[in-house]
Design a protein around this ligand. Sequence first.
Ligand code: PMV
Length: 333
Amino acid sequence: MHNTQATAVAHANIALIKYWGKRDDKLNLPATGSLSLTLDGLTTTTSVSFDSDLNHDCIKLNNQHPGESAADRISAFLNLVYQQVKSTNQQRPYAQVNSHNNFPTAAGLASSASGFAALALATGKALQASLEPGQLSMLARRGSGSAARSIFGGIVEMAHGQRKDGLDSIATQLHQPDYWNLKVLIAVTDAGSKKISSTDGMRQTMQTSPYYPAWIAGAQADIETARDAIAAKDFETLANVTEFSTLKMHASALAAQPGVIYWNAASLAAMHSIRDLRAAGLPVCFTMDAGPQVKAVCTAGATSQVAECLQQVPGVVKVITCGLGRGVRLQPQ
Ligand code: PMV
């Protein structure tokens, strides 16, 4: 090998039914299944080039050197894909990695999901391997749990799996992007980096929250409710279970010691505004992740009213509107 290169494009995804907690830290196995929408508007483009003339990995995120821990996480992921693809523990050649997000990084907008999905495909291809979607999902999961879902487009379910080796802990597509014309509007309330990473927030919740067992106990039933509601295109049931899942996830985190609080004042105001819209008859609901942004999910016909409403919420700095997007793919050279 002298120099081999590939570029992949992936989208972020937003979980309607959340993953929160790990059943294995090392393999990054989720303690719960999850169900998500892949979003066309939040895109990561990553190129990987292995070059035997390099004497270290050269990693750039949005044209800048990332911090040491982000760079180490990416190098460790390159090692993992190399070992998997080449079935060897030998030292791999170093690589140049350039990754661009068209949205704020590490602010609870699932940049790790699109990031590791794109990195898995680009790395595999640069190593001249053709990996099946299930294998890509398993690899992406090792980078970030939610990344396993960004391999697929449309509406996606992630299995928590039972096996210790994680071979059954992969995502699958439930529906194509054009199955249901849903929109996700992201109300950005703070574009800075998140204060508590999802991994740290999960660990604190698992170790100290008295509500964690209740969170785990209800997760599978929520997935089934959401899956059935989607099959019937029953927005009201989907809205109720989506809010139920996110509020339970945050309740378990809030009850940790010390409490993990991802919301700011604008997040709470946006959730109330979305509830008001739904009470007035609009098909819309909210969900939130490990950051202060609020995501409104609605049917396409409600988009402009939801956008106008969110723009007026004090503290909302920007609203990004997304439809359902495709799974990870290679960018032609
Ligand atoms: O993929 P991670 O490790 O950043 O975890 C994501 C966790 C949530 O975004 C809060 C929920 C989810 O299912 O995406």
